[in-house]
Write a new protein. Structure first.
Length: 294
């Protein structure tokens, strides 16, 4: 194989190694109706029944909602609590907001996972598989909502977060938090139907809601949707995410990886081969000249 043939073969190998990168959650060939939850913050009374139900369902720390004064400060989710309710003082008074994993349509955590331990299921929830996880914690770094939490104090640490009660969904049940809500602030169903309900509430009562459904388009959209009477930046939501799914930002990088894996080694091998060939020719010339002199 001469130099031209070698380089052509190397280039063909490099291009052939490029995968059809498709990190979207839904497959266009198989339309699916993802499920989600609509949270109407105008109805939430801050009872925190959802916190208790979530913790009991997942065998986590169960808060004493009668005396722990948890609403006095803004809290984040943790490896021991997959959902928390926070109280915000706004221009329209107190607003209670439930926080948990939003189960993005194209989750950054799943796209960042090297071993598919973090997975966007066909039903919609984003789940974690401990048998696959290698502990890299890229999911934690990539999540724009800072949701996945690591069990730093455990001898066998896990990545912990809300999985939308995936096991209950498999049994035909609703998420525990939805089932426990006494104020009808949480509604479970298919996102398309939840969007219709949310729009109906906004347009039927325009003075009661800001005309925006959080989760419809943020970071590509999410399974959890929120309605609010005040701007979302007043109740702890990020409003700087844009509408582009986070995995899209890394698409070009992911496509370039095969070029690096195949193209660069092939190029270096070609250089090495040419160098070896040059050395052989030089030695042949030296041998010939030496023979002539003799």
């Amino acid at each position: 194989m001469d130099r031209r043939q070698f380089l052509v073969a190397s280039a063909t190998l490099s291009v052939g190694g490029i995968p059809n990168v498709n990190i979207k959650a839904d497959d266009a060939k198989e339309p699916r109706e993802f499920v989600g939850v609509l949270v109407d913050t105008t109805r939430c009374i801050g009872c925190r029944s959802c916190e208790v139900a979530c913790s009991e369902t997942h065998s986590n720390y169960v808060p004493d909602i009668t005396s722990d004064n948890a609403l006095e400060s803004i809290r984040d989710t943790s490896e021991r609590q997959f959902t928390v309710v926070n109280r915000f003082s706004t221009e329209k008074g107190e607003v209670f907001v439930k926080k948990q994993c939003l189960h993005c349509w194209q989750p950054a955590c799943a796209a960042a996972c090297l071993v598919n331990a973090m997975l966007k299921t066909k039903e919609g929830p984003v789940t974690w598989d401990g048998d696959k996880c290698m502990g890299c914690r890229f999911c934690m770094i990539s999540c724009p909502f800072d949701i996945p939490k690591f069990e730093y104090a455990s001898w066998n640490p896990r990545i912990m977060k809300c999985n939308m009660c995936y096991e209950r969904l498999q049994e035909g049940k609703k998420p525990a938090c939805v089932e426990s809500c006494p104020a009808d602030a949480l509604m479970f169903g298919q996102k398309r139907e939840l969007m219709e309900i949310a729009r109906h509430r906004v347009y039927s009562h325009p003075d009661n809601y800001v005309h925006h459904i959080y989760g419809e388009n943020e970071a590509g959209g999410s399974g959890w949707l929120y309605l609010s009477a005040v701007p979302f930046n007043q109740i702890g939501f990020r409003t700087d995410l844009g509408t582009t799914p986070y995995p899209e930002y890394t698409r070009e990088f992911l496509i370039s990886i095969p070029l690096i894996e195949f193209g660069v080694p092939a190029f270096l091998l070609a250089l090495n081969t040419l160098t070896d060939r040059k050395d052989e020719l030089r030695k042949d010339d030296e041998w010939t000249e030496s023979g002539v002199e003799k």
